[in-house]
Design a protein around this ligand. Structure first.
Ligand SMILES: Nc1ncnc2c1ncn2[C@@H]1O[C@H](COP(=O)(O)OP(=O)(O)OP(=O)(O)O)[C@@H](O)[C@H]1O
Ligand SMILES: [Mg+2]
Length: 348
C-alpha cells in the first residue's frame, strides 16, 4: 500500500521504552543526519539523549559545528542532547596493548618461546579488528547506562550486521576457546607434581568477554529496547542494500524499526520548464518509490524531501527532524494525478 501506515513520530511514541536506536544504510544516504535529527527529537521530549558515532570517519563534529571527538559534549541549542564521536584510533591502540599482554601471558603459560609481537600483528592487522574494537566501544557505552536513550550513527559499510551478529559468533568462539583452555589446563595440572591451582588470566578474560557479549546480545535483540532504522534513497542500489540488511537482521533476531526514505524530490516543485535531468530524476524516483512501497510495506516511517542545501547545524537538523516526525501519510497534491499518492510522498 502506497502510504505511511506508521509514521516515525507515532512509531516512537508507541515504543516509549526504546533505548538503543541505530541508523544503517548504504554510504551517503543520510544516516548521520537522520541519527542527529531523531536524537534532537528525542531530546526535545525531555529524554537525556546521547548521539554517538562509531564511524571512523568523523562526521558529527562537522555536522554539529562542535568538537565532539573523544568526549561527551552538550549540544548548544538543544537541552538534554550530548554528542560523542568515539576515537577509534585510541581504542585500537588500547586493545592492541591488552591483546599483547594476554598473548605474552599465554605464550609463557604454554612454554612457547616465540615473540608475542608476531601474533599481535596478525591478530590486529585486519579490518575486523577495528570493527570489533568499535563494537566493544559501543557496548561499553550501553553498559555504562548514563543516558535515557542512545542514538548510534553506524559505519557506512555493509558491516553493521556483522557488528551485531558478532555477539553470537563471539559466544560460540569463546565457549570453544574455553573448552580447549580447560583441557590444556587439566593436562598441565595432571603433569605437574604440585597440584596447586594457578590463576588463569586468559580464561578469566574469556569468561568476562563472553558474558559481556551475551549481555549485549540480550539488549540488542530486545524489540522493546532496540530498533534499527534503515535510510534509503529512491534509487536501486540503496534499496537493494536495505533489503539485504533487513533479511540479515531478521536472521539474527535484531529488531528492525523501519525504513526512512531520503532526498525525494518534491514533484510539485518541478514545473514543465524544469531541466530534463531534473524531470528524469523525478520520474526515476517515482518508479523506485513503487518498489519501496511494495518491498517495505507497512515499514516506511518517513519520506523526506531533498532540501535546497545540505543538512548542517542544529536549525537545519530541527527542520529535518520535523520532516521525519511529521510524516502522517501521503497527501495528494492538486494537479498531480490524485489516485497516485505515492508520487507526492515527498511533500512536507
Ligand atoms: N534530505 C536532504 N536534503 C539535502 N541534503 C541532504 C539530505 N539528507 C542528507 N543530505 C546531505 O547528504 C550528505 C550525506 O548525508 P550523511 O552524511 O548524513 O550520509 P551518511 O549516510 O551518514 O554518509 P556516510 O555513509 O558517508 O556516513 C550530507 O552532505 C547531508 O547534508
Ligand atoms: Mg555518516
Amino acid at each position: 500500500m502506497a502510504e505511511i501506515t506508521m509514521p516515525m513520530g507515532r512509531h516512537l511514541s508507541e515504543h516509549p521504552a526504546l533505548k538503543y536506536l541505530f541508523f544503517g544504510g548504504k554510504g551517503g544516504v543520510g544516516k548521520t543526519v537522520f541519527a542527529a535529527a531523531v536524537a534532537i527529537g528525542l531530546a526535545r521530549q525531555g529524554r537525556r539523549t546521547l548521539l554517538a558515532s562509531t564511524n571512523p570517519v568523523h562526521s558529527l563534529t562537522s555536522l554539529l559545528g562542535q568538537d565532539v571527538l573523544g568526549k561527551h559534549v552538550p549540544i548548544e541549542g538543544v537541552s538534554n542532547l550530548w554528542a560523542y564521536e568515539i576515537e577509534t584510533k585510541e581504542t585500537i591502540e588500547r586493545s592492541k596493548v591488552q591483546i599483547r599482554e594476554k598473548i605474552r601471558w599465554f605464550l609463557k603459560f604454554a612454554d612457547i618461546t616465540t615473540k608475542a609481537d608476531d601474533f599481535v600483528e596478525s591478530a590486529t592487522m585486519n579490518p575486523a579488528f577495528e570493527e570489533s574494537a568499535m563494537f566493544e566501544n559501543m557496548i561499553d557505552l550501553m553498559f555504562k547506562n548514563e543516558y535515557d536513550v542512545y542514538v548510534f550513527d553506524t559505519a557506512p559499510t555493509a558491516n553493521a550486521r556483522r557488528l551485531l551478529g558478532m555477539s553470537k559468533v563471539y559466544a560460540l568462539w569463546v565457549n570453544k576457546m574455553m573448552k580447549s583452555r580447560e583441557e590444556a589446563r587439566t593436562l598441565r595440572e595432571m603433569l605437574s607434581f604440585t597440584k596447586k591451582k594457578e590463576a588463569d588470566p586468559l580464561m578469566e578474560y574469556l569468561v568476562s568477554f563472553r558474558d559481556r557479549m551475551e549481555h549485549a546480545r540480550v539488549l540488542l535483540t530486545d524489540p522493546a529496547l532496540t530498533a534499527f532504522y534503515f535510510v534509503t534513497l529512491a534509487e536501486a542500489l540503496p534499496i537493494a542494500v536495505v533489503m539485504r540488511f533487513i533479511q540479515w537482521f531478521k536472521d539474527f533476531g535484531i529488531p528492525v524499526g523501519g525504513v526512512l526514505v531520503n532526498m525525494v524530490i518534491d514533484r510539485a516543485s518541478v514545473g514543465p520548464d524544469a531541466a530534463e535531468f531534473v524531470k528524469n530524476r523525478v520520474a526515476m524516483q517515482q518508479e523506485h518509490m513503487q518498489t519501496i512501497w511494495r518491498e517495505f510495506d507497512g515499514a516506511v516511517r518517513a519520506v523526506v524531501p531533498l532540501f535546497e542545501t545540505e543538512v548542517r547545524g542544529v536549525p537545519m537538523l530541527q527542520r529535518l527532524c520535523d520532516a521525519i516526525y511529521a510524516a502522517d501519510g501521503v497527501k495528494p497534491v492538486p494537479g498531480h494525478g490524485a489516485g497516485r499518492p505515492q508520487e507526492v510522498a515527498a511533500r512536507t
